[in-house]
Design a protein around this ligand. Structure first.
Ligand code: ATP
Ligand code: MG
Length: 449
């Protein structure tokens, strides 16, 4: 029985009282992405295992240690997506987006699955906001992608993040660099962790990203990639920096960033926070000019990033960023007796049609119990309908925040409610000097002519 009421280790529920915070972060991400020309793409939660082996790279930690892989009942090897790029790239090819005008810009809010040791900022199911720009060669695309992430942080009020960038070159210049790494780490082969001893030959750059303490210590003094990149990669990197300067985006060059996924080329970057503990990288990404070809498509230089939404929220909370308040119900209708119930249902329907949030008692409770429930829900207004009110076609509308009340007709209730609640909002506005919420004026439709 205990298992039934216990969530899987490394997963987290988002409860109704908190979900508006996630929705606020998510809608900000989508809204910023839209302003840069990105449209949402939705791909399946699982894919053929080969897709990630090829796309993420079969010598990466993600593929070697972290994937949720299983055989389905038909004997196919299936993997829960550990990241969003491979699925988006597959879809780009499979659905012929590659034949449309380039670049194709897609974004997503998606769950990801990695078998890792759960801790602060590290879950087994987590969520990413990601963007992918397929088919863009200019370094402006790299800078724009970074600017997009930065704008999300700015709009959410997140300031405690530093941007680090690097270039890890192209497959050409990387050959020389990999030789240098093989030589450097080869001299210490016995000290490496078993996984790294194996990947030293095939993919020595992965050693720079290993989490084992002795490998990390060795990586400190390893050759850095920036000393090896070719002229073209170097010019590209300079140009990205120039664009960032022109955009007023501050960064530092960290020649040690290589990123954990194999597909990156040239520009890589991370936004890092220092106050939420060891897992401080909130967003990471870069250019991946070879990935689409790796999947069998035409050469399509591309780029993208993934932003960890749980980590982003941790940073926001650590920094004390403001979140909007959860929306409260506009009206709770207390109904007593059968006739009153029918009237209440009718009014609720009319009000909901106009965009108001209206709740009714669903347990045939007493007047007191219904009032208590309305109070718990934080309803802005209530009315009570009993036999008398139905007969007289009128009731009392009570403002539950300030206790004020006034007589209202049940016949013209919706428009009366609209007028009264609007008057009070305007009054509050004068008193508090707050920004008036014009959105709610039009949400009901009544304000439009
Ligand atoms: P890390 O070095 O922290 O393991 P990563 O390089 O594996 O990160 P990416 O694959 O680049 O991460 O994923 C992009 C973002 O997704 C990360 O910067 C982070 O914010 C978030 N992320 C990655 N793994 C997890 C996880 N297990 N739990 C929560 N968020 C994660
Ligand atoms: Mg990782």
């Amino acid at each position: 029985m205990a298992l039934i009421t216990k969530a899987i280790k490394g997963t987290k529920d988002v409860l109704p009282a908190e979900v508006h915070k996630n929705q606020y972060i998510e809608s900000t991400c989508l809204s910023v992405a839209e302003r840069f020309g990105y449209k949402e793409i939705r791909t399946p939660v699982f894919e053929h295992t080969e897709l990630f082996q090829r796309g993420v790279g079969d010598t990466t930690d993600v593929v070697q240690k972290e994937m949720y892989t299983f055989d389905d009942k038909g004997g196919r090897s299936i993997t829960l997506r550990p990241e969003g790029t491979a699925g988006a790239a597959r879809s780009f090819l499979e659905n012929g987006l590659c034949n449309e005008a380039l670049p194709q810009k897609v974004c997503y809010l998606t769950s990801c699955y990695r078998y890792e040791k759960p801790q602060a900022g590290r879950l087994r199911e987590f969520h990413q906001f990601g963007i992918e720009c397929f088919g863009a060669t200019s370094p402006l695309a790299d800078a724009e992608m970074i600017a997009l992430a930065k704008q999300v942080f700015d709009e959410l009020g997140v300031s405690e993040l530093r941007l680090e960038i690097n270039s890890i070159g192209c497959p050409e210049c990387r050959k020389k660099y990999q030789d240098a790494l093989r030589e450097y780490f080869g001299a210490h082969k016995d000290e490496l962790c078993p996984t790294c001893q194996e990947r030293l030959e095939r993919n020595p750059m992965r050693l720079l990203d290993c989490k084992s303490p002795q490998d990390k210590a060795l990586a400190e003094n390893a050759p850095v990639v920036l000393d090896y990149i070719c002229d073209e990669c170097s010019e590209h990197f300079d140009s990205v920096k120039n664009y960032l300067n022109a955009m007023g985006i501050e960064y530092t060059v960290n020649p040690k960033i290589v990123r954990g996924l194999d597909y990156y080329t040239k520009t890589v970057f991370e936004f890092i926070n220092d106050s939420i503990g060891a897992q401080g990288t909130v967003c990471g990404g870069g250019r991946y000019d070879g990935l689409i070809e790796e999947f069998g498509g035409q050469k399509t230089p591309s780029l993208g990033f993934g932003m960890g939404l749980e980590r982003l929220r941790l940073v926001m909370e650590a920094q004390g960023c403001e979140f909007p308040e959860a929306e409260k119900p506009d009206l709770f209708i207390v109904a007593l007796g059968e006739k009153a119930q029918l009237k209440a249902v009718e009014i609720a329907q009319d009000m909901r049609n106009e965009g108001f949030t209206v709740l009714l008692d669903l347990n045939a409770r007493s007047l007191r119990a219904q009032m208590k429930y309305a109070d718990k829900l934080g309803a802005k207004y209530n009315i009570v309908i009993g036999d008398n009110e139905v007969e007289n076609k009128s009731t009392v509308l009570k403002n539950m925040q300030n206790g004020e009340s006034c007589e209202v007709s049940l016949v013209t209730f919706v428009s009366d409610f609209y007028r009264i609640s609007m008057d009070e909002q305007l009054k509050d506005l004068e008193i508090n000097g707050e920004a008036f919420d014009f959105g709610s004026l039009f949400a009901s439709g009544i304000g439009e002519d």
